[in-house]
Design a protein around this ligand. Sequence first.
Ligand SMILES: Cc1cc2nc3c(=O)[nH]c(=O)nc-3n(C[C@H](O)[C@H](O)[C@H](O)COP(=O)(O)O)c2cc1C
Ligand code: SF4
Length: 364
Amino acid sequence: MSKESMADIPFLPTEIMGLRLRNRFVRSATMEGMATDNGSPGPELIRLYQNLASGGAGLISTSACCPDPEWMNCLKGQLVLNDKSHLSAWKEMIRTIHDQGALVSLQLAPFVTLGGSPAGPSEYKSGVHVVSADEIGRIASTYAKTAALARQIGVDAAQVHAGHGYGLSQFLSPYFNHRDDAYGGSVENRTRIFRDIRQAIAETAGADFPIWIKMNALDGVPGGLTPDQAARFGPLLAKAGYGAIEVTGGSMSGSHNSRGPLEKSEWFEGFYLEGATKVKAVTDLPVSAVGGIRKLEMIQKILTGGTADLISLSRPLVREPGLINRWNDGDISPSHCISCDGCFKMFVKGKGLFCVQEAKKTRE
Ligand SMILES: Cc1cc2nc3c(=O)[nH]c(=O)nc-3n(C[C@H](O)[C@H](O)[C@H](O)COP(=O)(O)O)c2cc1C
Ligand code: SF4
């Protein structure tokens, strides 16, 4: 392949999970906290997604979408999709994204609490409600109902969120999962809940509805998941019917969170790439790399060097929704995002999703 065409790879169309993407860029799920009181997208949020789609991303993941606010944790302003009253606003958002040439994947939010109590596979710390086998069945059917609604309104794919140390991610992890039933112990058993979810979705949304997974390959807690251990899940997830894997890392406590090492001195570009490389080496599934990717040169290396098939970006697209078009148009200077996490802090404070650095520039 010529040098020129290697440089073009990020911008060339590709087929993933039977979907034709206009390029290799994914907007990684990013909570906005900007949905209306019933969890539907309103005009402001639809505008945000329109800007992301017109900015060039091939596939846009929604933020984590709550499938059942009555039972699972749901934050103020979080997207919800669980009954027919939501459908018209959702349809408008999906249409708006499609009109700009991007496809859309709905992220199924992980649970942190169930029925108001902190919940997980095991009581890894006191006060955690241990999820029962019946509750695992209910989790699977809850996701399946939302996935079916997503398909009905024209969403192209759905993503199961098994990252960042939340409840589903904990099932994979030897640190969090101490169960001695069919859902703990062996690698087979620790992926069982994901087989259940995949099967339940196939039954409601159809086996051909593309489902992928965002998976931790580094928990960042002592005794937690490592890239080598995570790689062993790849073939099992492929066999279960997942169509692609986005490889992430971090937990709610420990040395890493979803946005990388907590210690700034340990931050480096592409901080979760080791996991992506190791997962990709053992499965034929397409892999999307996420985490601190800021330079087009690095993206070209990732895509041509066998590390990943897709590039997921979160904060760079908060700062510059038009980044991908900017690069494609020839201005290949790095993303302007300085990874200060100001946008995350604003979201946590309930102020919506925006880049504080851009806001500061505007004020000045
Ligand atoms: C404000 C904010 C909200 C986020 N919300 C989600 C989310 O809903 N689901 C998810 O899987 N990851 C979420 N993430 C993590 C990102 O998808 C991504 O994995 C992480 O920020 C690293 O990528 P980046 O360096 O390109 O930002 C969020 C990140 C930020 C900054
Ligand atoms: S607030 Fe900081 S981390 Fe967020 S987009 Fe802006 S520069 Fe990046």
